[in-house]
Design a binder for this molecule. Structure first.
Ligand code: CU
Length: 367
């Protein structure tokens, strides 16, 4: 009996680590994702080489090397700087306006009000202390001062609200029809991306510190698959999540949008300058919240089209042209079929007439 108990205990202990591992479902998709991505990368790398013989030197390189050369990030652009204060340089028009409003309207107003209140308090403390002012005034109301201290803050707030609300409204203006659509999907703990109009999907996992350093990228911000977007074209980002609330945020674009499971949030911006811009998940989403960075590389529209090709995707115009060609071919086939049917009908008609005549003759003879 004791032997049996010991054996059972040993078995339980042996199974325990396996059970513990089975309780971490989040590790599995995250680990599976890079593997799946590697498969896609290999396929994608194979496609252009097979498609046209005039392949770029990059496509001739081993499959592990990306077919699309990644740009090097520039220090102080699109990434934080040690010891810096203030906001990152903005590369979107609305970001530039918001940055200007922060620096030249909000900060001066805040500074003036804080200093004014501080000086007022210091003056009151000094001037009306018990020693300097032994017989305090019994005044309880002063209508003029009360009107001033109500009216002035109201005017300041209205003055801030007018440009602020108009800026906010422009930030949430729906994207134009020709916008490039990117879908960003938050997962514990990586970002998935889709380009629904181009037929591209990718996942972005953080690069290990040493690998990031090797590539000349900042640690904790570099990813294995960057999001590539064209400059000068409106971008529509649809943000959602698969598990918990995340947030897709890129400071250089002035963008921070919550990624909520079961809901799609939309945000629009136009990037003005090519470059590499980093961001991070900005909603506390779990143990590895700090390790799901965002890296966007903005390139010229021509380079973007080339990248779409290396990923096995198609530009919407190309897709539309192909669809139109297919529809035209189908219409031509239908027309051919109709002609053939008409021709065979025409051939059958005299025969039918002859048969009818024979029948009529037989009937006449019969009667
Ligand atoms: Cu997150």
């Amino acid at each position: 009996m004791n032997m049996l108990k010991t054996a059972l205990a040993a078995l339980c202990m042996a199974l325990a680590p396996a059970a513990a591992q089975a309780q971490q479902p989040a590790t599995a998709p995250a680990a599976a994702a890079p593997a799946a991505e590697a498969g896609t990368a290999a396929e994608n790398a194979a496609t252009p080489a097979a498609a046209d013989n005039a392949a770029t030197p990059a496509a001739n390189a081993e499959a592990a090397k990306p077919a699309f050369p990644e740009a090097k990030p520039v220090d102080g652009i699109g990434q934080p700087v040690n010891g810096a204060i203030g906001l990152q340089p903005q590369v979107t028009k609305l970001g530039g306006e918001a940055h200007w409003m922060h620096d030249y309207i909000l900060m001066p107003i805040m500074t003036i009000i804080s200093l004014f209140v501080l000086l007022l308090m210091l003056w009151v403390v000094a001037r009306y202390r018990a020693k300097a002012n032994p017989v305090p005034s019994k005044t309880t109301h002063n209508t003029f001062i009360e009107v001033i201290w109500t009216l002035v803050p109201v005017l300041i707030l209205v003055g801030i609200a007018i440009p602020s609300i108009s800026l906010l409204a422009r930030q949430y203006k729906p994207a134009p029809k020709d916008a490039v659509t990117l879908k960003a999907i938050g997962n514990q703990w990586y970002w998935g991306y889709e380009y629904p109009d181009h037929g591209i999907e990718l996942t972005a996992n953080m690069l290990p510190e040493d690998e990031a350093k090797k590539r000349g990228e900042p640690g904790l911000l570099a990813v294995d698959n960057r999001v590539i977007l064209p400059v000068g074209v409106p971008i529509k980002v649809l943000v959602t999540a698969n598990d918990v609330i995340h947030s897709w945020a890129v400071p250089a674009f002035w963008i921070k949008m919550d990624a909520v499971p079961g809901r799609t949030n939309e945000v629009t911006f136009t990037i003005d300058k090519p470059g590499v811009y980093y961001g991070q998940c900005s909603e506390l989403c779990g143990a590895r919240h700090a390790y799901m960075p965002i890296a966007v590389e903005a390139v010229s529209p021509e380079q973007f089209a080339a990248w779409v090709k290396t990923k096995g995707g198609k530009m919407p115009a190309e897709k539309a042209a192909e669809e139109a060609a297919a529809a035209a071919a189908e219409a031509a086939n239908a027309a051919n079929a109709a002609n053939a049917a008409a021709a065979s009908n025409a051939a059958e008609a005299p025969a039918a007439n002859a048969a009818n005549a024979t029948n009529a003759a037989a009937a006449a003879t019969g009667s």
